[in-house]
Design a protein around this ligand. Structure first.
Ligand code: AMP
Length: 357
């Protein structure tokens, strides 16, 4: 695909969660149709997409039919089985490309890539077994965090090691999967940059947001983040460096730890990101439209920030606050159309908006 997609074209989205839902809404505003591919029944994106395929990622016939009906393929999560991608990429362009997925699906690949670009991360070492963990702890020390190499999100697949005695339990929590030991970073803040790169190589970044996590799950993102002008520039330059190195097309989330020694990269997500939801009320063009523009080969939009925003996730029973929140001024409500609230389940989010200070 070299020409920009014209309105009426169909964008295929792998994954039908809330990110796919908000991507579909943004795509429809630009006149596109979305076809969502999701193994689970009744996906949140299904309510707003033009078409939904409910099939496993192992279903070759369903993957072929999906690809035949779309002009370009993107995704809302990074853990798509490799075999499905191998097939799909022979049929339609996948944006962002495979390298971004390979790097972000695997913590060892991710950290090696980042360090190879000269970007700082927490000290880390791969861990496969008890002897490897002992060696890693000897090199890195405590406190530290053991994380599964693959398939970790929202703090899942992680165990803290405050003292060497915690090592056996942490290793058991990995359930035999390859892992990475990370030194615990005494950060003063967590921030993230949501940035985009167009098919023509143009790069644009949203203002960095300051994130607060609880139990490993994002709770709030606040813009502006409390960063110096220099830190703000550094954050954006880090994101641009990653985008260019991956020859990336689409929106990327970069999570950073703020430390006295500078910014460390925690992880990258090759997709729209929860910490970018503030852009829906803070910018003329939000992260979802920016991603669709990039994937469709359109010029990137103006993502400069016109308002101050606090984004708050509605997790589990938080969703019961919606009737009260609906009475508050300056609050934009986004609900994901999910069923019953469960602890830890992201049901929606709100953006509290104020004119830019
Ligand atoms: P992750 O899923 O790796 O992004 O981790 C979820 C959250 O755990 C992060 O946003 C941090 O709040 C915390 N965390 C993860 N890794 C570290 C680390 N090496 N040092 C300090 N905190 C961490």
């Amino acid at each position: 695909m070299t020409d920009p997609l014209a309105p009426g074209a169909t964008i295929g989205i792998l994954g039908g969660g809330q990110l796919g839902r908000m991507l579909s809404v943004a795509a429809s505003r630009l006149g596109f149709r979305c076809h969502v591919y999701e193994p689970g029944a009744n996906p949140p994106a299904g309510d707003v997409a033009h078409a939904v395929t409910t099939a496993a990622y192992e279903d070759e016939a369903a993957l072929r039919a999906f690809a035949a009906g779309v002009d370009v393929i993107t995704y809302e999560f990074e853990n798509i089985p490799t075999a499905a991608l191998d097939l799909l990429e022979t049929l339609r362009p996948i944006r962002p490309g495979r390298r971004a997925l390979a790097v972000s699906q695997d913590r060892v690949a991710e950290k090696s890539f980042l360090n190879g670009l000269g970007l700082a991360t927490a000290p880390w070492a791969p861990v496969d077994d008890a002897a490897g963990l002992a060696a890693a702890l000897a090199a890195i020390g405590t406190p530290a965090i053991l994380k599964t190499n693959r398939l970790g999100y929202d703090g899942k697949g992680q165990a803290r090691i405050l003292a060497p005695e915690d090592a056996p339990a942490a290793l058991a929590a990995m359930a035999g999967q390859p892992a990475v030991l990370e030194g615990f970073v005494p950060f003063s803040a967590e921030v993230s940059v949501i940035a985009a790169r167009g098919a023509d190589g143009q790069v644009a970044a949203f203002d960095p947001g300051e994130n607060v996590h609880q139990a490993g799950i994002l709770r709030t993102t606040t813009v502006p983040a409390r960063l110096s002008a220099r830190q703000r520039t550094d954050a954006v330059l880090i994101a641009a460096r990653i985008l260019n190195a991956l020859d990336y097309v689409g929106v990327l989330g970069v999570e950073l730890f703020v430390t006295p020694q500078g910014l460390l990269v925690n992880e990258i997500a090759p997709r729209v990101h929860n910490s970018g939801h503030w852009t829906q009320q803070g910018c003329a063009v939000d992260q979802f439209e920016q991603h669709i523009r990039a994937v469709a080969g359109w010029p990137l939009g103006d993502g400069s920030r016109h308002s101050d925003v606090v984004m708050e996730n509605l997790i589990g029973d938080d969703v019961h606050r919606v009737p009260d929140l609906a009475r508050e001024s300056g609050v934009a409500i986004h609900l994901y159309g999910k069923g019953a609230p469960r602890p830890g389940r992201k049901m929606g989010h709100i953006n509290r908006v104020k004119p830019r200070a």
